[in-house]
Design a protein around this ligand. Structure first.
Ligand SMILES: *Cc1c(COP(=O)(O)O)cnc(C)c1O
Length: 405
């Protein structure tokens, strides 16, 4: 594989990364996605679009986010260097705004009036409602009734930002039903609305678009790390749910001699239904309009999944990760709930940074790696801040007295 020309070749015209990806949709939605693909490929190359997105990233989002050397944590672990890419400092507290602002800017260039999406824990809904408010677009967020009850603070944030919440009351009333409901609504309104996916998932062109909009994470960190240290990190790691913050963290390093490690959620352990490690334990399959690795039950349907981090529990993964796994370019490891919680407390206590439980998986892996690589340097992406998780963590684990060196 020639990684220097990788971005010219992947995805191909039909949205494939090797055997993964594609666009498996009913005819009306296929037509709508092809329209987005065409618009994206022409508009997003224009210097006007690029310079406007750059200005938004700087003035509204507060980019570039810093790279930070975790001095105290590294010292506690030995002669190693852990660095963080601080996406928790991106406006609205996580990396998701990177692709939401890009998708909303594209929508406004296409003359669309409304953004449509689903949300599970509410993180994507909040980021999209933020983007809609910025551009003066309408925003329609589909959310299962069970999730609405559980995620009251995020529901309130979306409403304050002006989004309309569509409660979904069929089936299990969670994310999967919300996806179906959002797709059905989009199929009816695609002339005036655009669907905005929450990760590097779904049919073409979404995995490509979201990757490109998240590319800024690694593009910035590579330059920042070089300026800080004079060399590149030995390894870069990031947590993998659908795969957006990790794809953005890795893409700029593909052609470099840097180990890339995607960290999947092991939840309670490797037993069926207890984790969401789609690449580690899954097999090739199709769902939600694309082909990738997937966790399946006995009937070949999406398996039940679990992680303490609600942003990581999805039974499939972005198709580009499936491709990178088969190529051997990215290595995939797992971190369970207990290790993630330990990292949550340690980063808080020793560095003054409270990470999201999703991001805690990447931090936990970086700590493990650091112990095994004396004098090495690892850059972990801190995808978001942990305020949203505090109540849950305190209720179940106290204030972390047991998690000190
Ligand atoms: C949604 C979310 C994730 C997981 O999504 P990816 O697409 O895999 O990046 C990770 N961290 C935070 C803070 C999130 O909100």
């Amino acid at each position: 594989m020639n990684y220097k020309r990788y971005f010219r070749d992947y995805p191909d015209q039909n949205g494939f990364f090797g055997p993964y990806g594609g666009m498996e949709l009913p005819a009306d939605l296929e037509k709508a996605c092809k329209e987005i693909d065409q618009a994206y490929r022409s508009i997003c190359q224009s210097s006007r679009f690029i310079s406007e997105l750059r200005r938004i990233r700087k003035e509204f989002q507060g980019r570039p986010t810093p790279v930070y050397h975790c001095n105290r944590l590294s010292e506690k672990l030995g002669n190693c260097h852990i660095y963080l890419k601080r996406e928790d400092l991106n406006h609205s507290g996580a990396h998701k705004l990177n692709h939401c602002m890009g998708e909303a800017l594209l929508a406004s260039y296409m003359g669309k009036e409304k953004l449509i999406a689903e949300t599970g824990a509410g993180q994507h809904g909040v980021a999209l409602a933020t983007a809609a408010a910025y551009f003066g677009l309408k925003c329609e967020i589909h959310m299962g009734e069970v999730d609405i009850a559980k995620q009251a603070p995020n529901v309130a944030r979306m409403k304050v930002l002006g989004a309309e919440i569509v409660p979904v009351s069929h089936g299990l009333k969670t994310l999967k039903e919300a996806v179906d409901s959002a797709f059905a609504s989009y199929a009816k309104q695609y002339k005036t609305a655009i669907y905005c996916i929450g990760s590097t998932l779904g049919p073409h062109p979404f995995p490509m678009m979201v990757r490109d909009f998240q590319y800024c994470i690694g593009e910035e960190s590579r330059q920042q790390f070089l300026e800080m240290t004079g060399h590149l990190p030995d390894a870069v790691c990031a947590c993998v749910g659908g795969g957006s913050n990790s794809t953005g963290s890795f893409a700029a390093y593909l052609a470099d001699p840097v180990d890339l490690i995607g960290v999947e959620p092991l939840g309670h352990g490797p037993a069926f239904g207890q984790h969401a490690a789609s690449l580690t334990y899954g097999e090739p399959g199709s769902m939600h309009g694309f082909k990738s690795y997937m966790l399946k039950d006995d009937h070949g349907e999406p398996a039940p999944v679990y992680s303490i981090a609600s942003g990581l529990d999805y039974p499939s993964v972005g198709p580009e990760h499936a491709f990178w796994k088969d190529l051997g370019r990215v290595q995939y490891e797992t971190i369970g709930d207990e290790e993630a919680v330990d990292a949550f407390f340690k980063l808080s206590r020793y560095e003054g940074i409270i990470p999201a439980l999703e991001s805690s998986h990447a931090v936990a892996y970086a700590m493990k790696w650091a112990k095994q690589h004396p004098y090495g340097s690892i850059l972990a992406t801190c995808s978001g801040r942990g305020d949203k998780d505090l109540d849950y963590v305190i209720e179940n684990y106290g204030f972390g007295e047991d998690h000190q060196f």
